[in-house]
Design a protein around this ligand. Structure first.
Ligand code: TXA
Ligand code: MG
Length: 307
C-alpha cells in the first residue's frame, strides 16, 4: 500500500494516481509543479487548499506535445508563432480560453495559461493523461519554488498523493509568461525564453506589464525565504552591509554567481539551504540582465519585497 507523499520515478504509477483524481508533485524543466487533471474540479480545488493560494489566482494548464492546444485556447498569429518556436519548452502562453477550460482553472478569467513542458518524463506523464494537467509551482503560496522532488516532499509532504521524481530541474526558475490577446504580445513574467527571442519571432516591440491585475500573484512579495533578502550590487557591498548591521558570519549568507544560467539553476536550492541554516539575512548580488539574468533579477526583487 502506498503512503501519501511517496516519491516514485514510475510514470505509470503517477499517471494512474492523476487519472484517479489525485494531486501529485511533478517535475518540469523549470520548477516542480503541484498537479491535477484540469477537468476534475474537486482535485483542482485541493491544489489551492494545499498551497494556501487564493482561488482567483489562475493555474497554468500543461499539455502533451501531441495534444491539440486549440482545444483549450484561441491562438492569434503571434501565439501560433511562439508555440511553433518554443514548445515544448519553458514558455507559457496566455490566450483566450475555450469552453473546455473550467472556471476553476482560470479563477473566472477568460484567458488560460497553456504550456507544453519539454522534460521527457513530464511528456511521458502527460501522454498518459487524456486531459490538460494544471500545475502551479509545488510550494506554499508566496514561498520559494521547488527544484527537486525532495524540496516538494519537504514543503508539501503528506498533503500530496505522490511525487514523481524527475531529478533536478534543468532551468531552475519558472516559465516565461507571455500574454497573446488582441494582437498584442506582453511579457508578464520573464523566464528562460527572453524578450529578445520573443521579439524576434513575433516581429513586435514588446509591451512589458507585470502588474497585479494582469497576472495575479505577480506584484506581491513572492519566492520569499524565511531570511530577509537584501539586494546588493557586489560581494563587497554585502560584506560592508553585514558589518554595518553587526551580523556575525553565521547569521548571513551571500547569493552570487557570475554565470546567469548557474545562478538560475542554484538560486532556489541555496535559499532553502540558507533557511535550514537559519540565516537571518541573505545578501543577493543582482546579476546582469542578459539571457535568463532578467528572470533571476525579477525573482530576487520579489524575494526581497516586503509584505
Ligand atoms: O514554470 C512554470 O510556469 C511552473 C511549472 C510548474 O510549469 N508553474 C508556475 O505556476 O510557475 P504558478 O501558478 O506558480 O505561476 C503562474 C503564474 C501565476 O502568477 C498566475 O496568476 C499566472 O501565472 N497566470 C496563470 N494563468 C493566468 C491567466 N489566465 N491570466 C493571468 N495570469 C495567469
Ligand atoms: Mg508559483
Amino acid at each position: 500500500m502506498n503512503t501519501p507523499g511517496f516519491i516514485t520515478s514510475d510514470v505509470h504509477v503517477a499517471s494512474r494516481i492523476l487519472n484517479d483524481g489525485g494531486v501529485i508533485g511533478i517535475p518540469t524543466e523549470t520548477v516542480y509543479g503541484l498537479a491535477a487533471r484540469a477537468d476534475k474540479e474537486e482535485s483542482v480545488g485541493r491544489i489551492f487548499d494545499i498551497k494556501g493560494r487564493p482561488r482567483n489566482h489562475p493555474l497554468i494548464a500543461h499539455l502533451s506535445a501531441v495534444a491539440d492546444p486549440l482545444q483549450w485556447g484561441f491562438f492569434n498569429v503571434h501565439a501560433h508563432a511562439l508555440a511553433a518556436a518554443f514548445w515544448p519548452g519553458p514558455i507559457t502562453l496566455l490566450v483566450p480560453k475555450t469552453d473546455r477550460v473550467g472556471d476553476w482553472v482560470t479563477g473566472g478569467r477568460n484567458t488560460v495559461g497553456l504550456r507544453v513542458p519539454s522534460l521527457p518524463i513530464t511528456q511521458l506523464l502527460l501522454n498518459e493523461v487524456d486531459e490538460a494537467v494544471v500545475a502551479p509551482s509545488a510550494n506554499h503560496f508566496g514561498k520559494v519554488s521547488p527544484t527537486t522532488a525532495s524540496h516538494v516532499a519537504h514543503d508539501l509532504g503528506s498533503d500530496v498523493d505522490c511525487i514523481l521524481d524527475g531529478g533536478q530541474c534543468s532551468i531552475g526558475v519558472e516559465s516565461t509568461i507571455v500574454e497573446c490577446v488582441n494582437n498584442l504580445v506582453s511579457v508578464l513574467r520573464p523566464g528562460a525564453v527572453t524578450a529578445e527571442q520573443i521579439s524576434r519571432i513575433t516581429g513586435l516591440r514588446l509591451v512589458s506589464d507585470n502588474s497585479e491585475s494582469r497576472a495575479p500573484g505577480m506584484m506581491v512579495s513572492h519566492y520569499a525565504p524565511n531570511a530577509t533578502v537584501v539586494l546588493v550590487a557586489s560581494a563587497e557591498e554585502a560584506q560592508s552591509k553585514a558589518h554595518a548591521q553587526n551580523l556575525n558570519s553565521g547569521e548571513w549568507a551571500l547569493l552570487n554567481n557570475h554565470d546567469v544560467e548557474q545562478y538560475a539553476l542554484t538560486m532556489y536550492d541555496l535559499l532553502r539551504t540558507f533557511d535550514i541554516q537559519a540565516k537571518k539575512v541573505v545578501f543577493a548580488v543582482m546579476p546582469e540582465s542578459h539571457g535568463i539574468g532578467e528572470a533571476v533579477r525579477d525573482r530576487l526583487r520579489k524575494a526581497a519585497a516586503q509584505g
